[in-house]
Design a protein around this ligand. Sequence first.
Ligand code: SAH
Length: 327
Amino acid sequence: MQLDRYMTLCLGHPAHGYYMSRDPFGERGDFITAPEVSQIFGELIGVWLASAWANMGSPTTFNLVELGPGRGTLMADILKASNVMPGFGEAARIHLVEMSPALQALQQKKLGASAAWHDRFAGIPEGPMLLVANEFFDAIPIRQFEKRGGAWFERCVGAEGIGLTPAALDGIQGADGDVIEFAPQRSQIAEEIGERLVSQRGVALIIDYGHLQAAPGDTLQAIRAHKYVGVTECPGESDLTSHVDFEALGKAIAPGQCAAITQRAFLLAMGLEQRAAILTAKADAKTREILARVVSRLAGEAEMGNLFKVMVATSPGMATPYPFGKI
Ligand code: SAH
């Protein structure tokens, strides 16, 4: 089967899918995401969203949308921090796009029943929109093609593992040995977001690991208990992800209306160090040590800081929000 079919089954099969019945996050789980590293991550995003809302003219109701909310930690921190902006919380209608019943239950516990759940972005009702997605697109399946002996082959999964089948990829350049990745499902969701930003006013903030410019390379990986495992080693028992090609994502959302920077640049511009300093001043020695670790983990050049990127997409005609450069 093609890789995207394999990933769809491994991650989302109703009975055996990786996300469908478990909470994979944290030290005892398989991996840790930025909102689980520190509340500061969600606080800075909350402040950014509150300011985006004010820049949109503070609509009296709007859809606050999150794709793939995991444990609901990011949304909870966003709501706490955005309290600094009077009216934001009352105007927000929370819409969560989540395919996993187990994670929906965790989100409900954390955020209360006031949120609405959807299994796809297309289900979000009309209205002004602020959207956030952290480590969502890396979990959306991809297809891979490999060039061998001057011809393209598709990497497919069979009983023996990954093998190659001839593919018709006419007109795509590549050197022998190159692997290129396409993510039709990612592009589909991105196009839907882009269309929504045209029909309704809004902004989308997309955070993930990946690259700003498309480049060949095999980025598919499987993680279990904080260690890499083979992609076909334990289907449904490991997290399967791949790097997000932000160039392709930006083109699918809205050509000319997206801008992206590193997570490091975003968090430092939003006041990561200042916020950590305020918390440090009130903290005991152990917490101070943790806070120092958190800053380098989220923004360190050799940690998440450069690997992760933050992309903004806006409705046509809206000014590019701080701290992104001119679109
Ligand atoms: N944003 C969270 C969780 C990231 S893990 C965090 O940063 O901690 C990916 C999340 O996306 C999980 O909640 C997973 O269940 C959800 N997800 C993955 N693929 C999905 C899909 N196709 N549709 C809806 N939700 C999906």
